[in-house]
Design a protein around this ligand. Structure first.
Ligand SMILES: CC(C)(COP(=O)(O)OP(=O)(O)OC[C@H]1O[C@@H](n2cnc3c(N)ncnc32)[C@H](O)[C@@H]1OP(=O)(O)O)[C@@H](O)C(=O)NCCC(=O)NCCS
Length: 136
């Protein structure tokens, strides 16, 4: 069965948790706080998913201004589905959706930097962020 990549603006909390819980990011997102996850999903656009036979295998949750820049908050593929080109496929779908006018920006997990380098993304030495203090 082919993997289907699609925009899912109304992605549910259960599907988001199902993916993130099966990655090394499981302790880096507030998966036990369903209300906060619901707000994270409601405030994100575009959200891209990869499904096979209806089962969610991966997702990219992004925040875009629709014209200049798109921030990818999570690119995640279930451990059981990694290594099948799905991460690369999600990235390609994001590029297709945002078009040529928007940069895609993200913060990599240390273990995933090789994935982004292999995908041709540019490492930026001058990126900065202010870390949240409430992680609940
Ligand atoms: C990083 C991640 C999204 C990659 O998804 P994936 O579906 O396993 O990757 P793909 O199968 O599309 O791999 C595409 C290429 O990248 C390579 N690759 C995949 N993960 C890699 C990694 N962590 N480091 C270096 N290369 C990697 C693959 O070998 C493949 O190379 P090839 O084209 O030469 O065969 C996935 O491993 C994941 O969800 N990891 C946990 C969460 C995470 O770290 N997300 C990124 C931070 S937001």
């Amino acid at each position: 069965m082919a993997v289907v990549y699609a925009l899912e603006p109304d992605l549910g909390v259960d599907d988001y948790v199902a993916v993130l819980a099966e990655t090394i990011m499981r302790n880096k997102r507030p998966l036990a706080n369903r209300q906060r996850i619901a707000r994270m999903l409601a405030g994100a656009e575009p959200i891209v998913t990869a499904r096979e036979n209806g089962e969610i295998l991966g997702l990219a949750r992004c925040i875009s201004d629709g014209a200049w820049v798109c921030y990818c908050a999570e690119l995640a593929v279930k451990e059981s589905a990694q290594g099948r080109g799905i991460g690369r496929g999600l990235l390609a779908k994001c590029y297709e959706i945002i078009g040529p006018g928007q940069s895609l920006i993200l913060m990599s997990e240390p273990s995933a930097t090789g994935f982004y380098e292999g995908a041709g993304m540019e490492r930026h030495p001058d990126a900065f962020f202010h870390m949240r203090s409430d992680r609940s």
